[in-house]
Design a protein around this ligand. Sequence first.
Ligand code: F3S
Length: 112
Amino acid sequence: MTYCVTGACINCKYTDCVVVCPVDCFYEGENMLVIKPEECIDCGVCVSECPANAIIADTEPGAEKWVEINAQYANQWPNIRKLKPAPADADEWLNVPNKFEDHFNPNPAKQS
Ligand code: F3S
C-alpha cells in the first residue's frame, strides 16, 4: 500500500505534508507534489495535514490513476524536504474541479 497525491494539490501546494513525512518521500513539480510509492511507509500522517484533502490511500476508489502519476513524476522531479510558502492564490484553488486535466504542469519545480 501507499498514499498518493491527487490533482487537488495543483496550485495549492501548501507543503504541510512534507514537514510531517518521516521518510521524505515527496517530490516537487511546478504546481503539484507527488509521493514516491516505493518510499512511502504507509504511515498516513500527511493525510490530515493537507488543507486541500489532496492525499489519499491507494485503496480508495479511483486511486490507481494517481498512484501511476505519482510514480511517474517522483522519478522526474526533485525531492522536497522543507515547508515552502504556498502560492499567494492557493486558497482560491481549493475545490476547483478538474485541475489535473486543465492546469497540471509536468515540469519539475525550479530549484531555489
Ligand atoms: Fe499539496 Fe496538500 Fe501537500 S496541497 S503540497 S498535498 S499539504
